[in-house]
Write a protein that binds this ligand. Sequence first.
Ligand code: ZN
Length: 160
Amino acid sequence: MQIDKHSIVTLHYTLKDSDGNVIDESSDGSFCYLHGENNIIPGLENALAGRISGDELSVSVPPKEGYGEHDAERTQAVPRDMFPPEHEIEAGMQFQAEGPEGQALLVTVVKVEDDSVTVDGNHPLAGVQLNFEVKIIDVRTASEEEIEHGHVHGPDGHHH
Ligand code: ZN
């Protein structure tokens, strides 16, 4: 069957940046998603629509159809004493912070100075061209419960 709204799709994929570095991969059949509910980035979801089990494709997704452009305004310096003094803070570390509307926000440390730490609230893949090699392993119709919940249920998906 073809991938359409409310298909459950199982994929193998390799994701690389434009320098050929592997960012993420799944090749054990554990990655599946409910199509048509924005559960994966739009650029990949759109490329998969209408495909069938067994199809292999290469998809290059620009930032605006992936995790967005890098927004310099989301980078800011905060006082070093906002972090626990007993912890060594290094560039590349990630922390859970609170966004302007109280939402959970993942921030990445980009620079550490004596009395300030520069953090970046952009998604770690913001501004990155995403190059996927995808093989479609399985396509099935979602159950009513999965459609209602907006996600895949086990054995390899979401568990309650
Ligand atoms: Zn559920």
